[in-house]
Design a protein around this ligand. Structure first.
Ligand code: OFO
Length: 183
């Protein structure tokens, strides 16, 4: 008896998205390390926490595939690419990757609609909302960097942003509080 409730196409798309989320986590990890090595510990901690959020997203996809009787394929994660060249470049890249991820999510929404797989469609609505929030967050940070002087932002302006981001709450656990039991 067939117990897999996902079509082959949806199963492949969800597995690919699992890897996309893991890829985004790698990008945030790399950028956080880059920011920390330049002394921006608040910005780094914000990016570390966000890396953790992306990993949680990866787990949401993995758990959903299993819940629907599908087969999880854990694939190699592509590298994060080059380090940013400035704080503006860092947040421009963050915004670009978030928009790309939104496009990827929309594509699976389209497939689920075409297949009338309403369970998957419903599951994806959480991600549609999440991506809107993440794009807004990234855009807001980019605006702040532009106001601070863009690529030529002075240290004191970046220092204020660094202090602000050290305190910005989000859904993820603080990097220093992460454990295996509480990712
Ligand atoms: Fe997974 O939320 Fe951003 O990309």
């Amino acid at each position: 008896m067939e117990t897999n409730r996902l079509s082959k196409t949806i199963e492949a798309a969800l597995n690919a998205q699992m890897t996309n989320e893991a890829h985004n986590a790698q990008i945030y990890l790399a950028y956080a390390s880059w920011a920390d090595s330049r002394g921006y510990d608040g910005i780094a901690n914000f990016l570390f926490r966000h890396a953790n959020e992306e990993r949680n997203h990866m787990m949401k996809f993995l758990e959903y595939i299993l819940k629907r009787g599908g087969k999880v394929v854990v694939a190699p994660i592509p590298g994060p690419g080059e380090d940013p060249v400035s704080m503006q470049d860092c947040f421009e890249k963050v915004f670009k990757y978030e928009v790309e991820n939104t496009t990827n999510i929309y594509e699976i929404v389209n497939i689920s609609m075409a297949e009338k797989d309403w369970a998957t469609w419903n599951f994806l609505q959480w991600f549609v909302k999440e991506q809107t929030e993440e794009e807004t967050l990234a855009l807001g940070l980019l605006d702040k960097i532009k106001i601070a002087g863009g690529a030529a932002a002075k240290d004191d302006a970046l220092y204020s942003l660094n202090q602000e981001l050290a305190k910005t709450p989000d859904d993820a656990t603080l990097a220093q509080d992460v454990t295996v039991e509480n990712p």
